[in-house]
Design a protein around this ligand. Structure first.
Ligand SMILES: Nc1ncnc2c1ncn2[C@@H]1O[C@H](COP(=O)(O)OP(=O)(O)OP(=O)(O)O)[C@@H](O)[C@H]1O
Ligand SMILES: [Mg+2]
Length: 323
């Protein structure tokens, strides 16, 4: 009985740890003179999540990340890391974070291994073995003895992530880690992020590459003009909200008919001439029957999915008046 209770307690403990918050901000705000760069931002990232931080140029991503890393002070608001107040426990909390902000500062005349050793020496307590492990994680083992000057942009970015990983941080905060990478470099970066998540690390990364974020992240947070405009799982965002994509002849006539139905007011045509529409009782079968009976038998009818890019622009448009 006692053993059973202990097991139950252990299970509860591990599930509460799984829900533990790695990062949280409370009304985080930054003003530059009269410009509001970050505006009462409330973010939450739980342990083990890979969260994408998305927004157009000037949205406030880098400014937020700089505050999370204590590189600049907030104008107002508060940051908690692992449930502790960052402002009062900086020295204890910052060593648990690995970061890459914009382009990594690298010694170009030194080798990849030399760069990691140099940063390791400054951090202290970074063993040669740890450097080897990181080099293999970032896929630079074969090139570790080459000068960084001879590296491709993707290799330099990966070395930057390697530097962020040196102290084996619990939380990685990466500003545009895939910046400037070609498709192969992006795939490598994606694999690296998944590998880190499998090791139980928490990753908070900003990007413009929406399609990429869709594949890397479990959740995405959108900001615009310093404000949070959406915080959703990728599945939630890309689910077609119960709509169907229908291809059929005479789509324009079918559209008029659908819009007259109480359930079909949101029906519309996309730029490819595909009809996007809700369905009666949210049933694709009922929609098919309705259209067929009305003389518009569909050539195809599938649940609609939204592209993250589409979602992004529709969110931004919906918040245009916020500035
Ligand atoms: N040091 C600074 N002094 C004055 N204004 C600044 C400073 N840093 C950033 N800003 C302003 O704050 C706003 C947010 O900038 P920030 O760099 O955080 O955006 P971002 O989302 O990272 O954009 P990008 O996608 O281009 O990297 C912008 O209007 C920018 O001009
Ligand atoms: Mg930026």
């Amino acid at each position: 009985m006692q053993a059973k209770n202990a097991l139950a307690a252990a299970t509860m403990l591990s599930s509460s740890q799984a829900n533990e918050t790695a990062l949280r901000t409370y009304d985080l705000t930054k003003h530059y003179g009269s410009r509001v760069a970050v505006d009462h931002l409330n973010l939450e990232v739980r342990r083990g999540e890979i969260v994408g931080f998305l927004g157009p140029n000037g949205a406030g991503k880098t400014t937020s990340i700089r505050m999370l890393l204590s590189l600049i002070a907030p104008t107002s608001g508060r940051i908690e890391l692992f449930g502790r107040d960052l402002a009062s426990e900086r020295a204890h909390l910052l060593p648990r974070i690995g970061a890459l902000v914009e382009t990594p500062a690298l010694y170009l005349h030194m080798t990849g291994q030399g760069n990691l050793r140099a940063v390791g020496a400054v951090l202290g307590g970074v063993s040669r073995q740890r450097i080897e492990t990181v080099l293999s994680q970032i896929g630079l083992q074969a090139r570790q003895k080459d000068r960084v000057r001879t590296y491709s942009l993707g290799m330099k970015q990966r070395l930057g992530v390697g530097i962020a990983l040196l102290n084996n941080p619990d939380l990685l905060i990466l500003d545009e880690p895939a910046n400037g990478l070609d498709p192969a470099g992006i795939v490598e970066m994606r694999d690296l992020m998944h590998q880190l998540a499998n090791e139980g690390k928490t990753v908070f990364l900003s990007s413009h590459l929406l399609g990429e974020m869709q594949q890397i992240c479990s959740r995405v947070i959108f900001i615009n003009a310093g404000k949070l405009i959406a915080d959703k799982t990728v599945a939630e965002l890309t689910r077609g909200q119960g709509e169907y994509a229908v291809q059929l002849e005479h789509a324009q006539d079918a559209l008029v008919l659908l819009q007259q139905q109480p359930w079909g007011k949101r029906a519309r045509l996309d730029s490819n001439g595909t009809l996007l529409t809700p369905a009666p009782q949210e049933s694709g079968r009922d929609l098919y029957a309705f259209l067929a009976q009305a003389g518009f038998p569909p050539d195809s009818l599938v649940p609609a999915t939204q592209d993250l890019e589409e979602v992004f622009f529709s969110l931004i448009n919906a918040h245009k008046g916020d500035k």
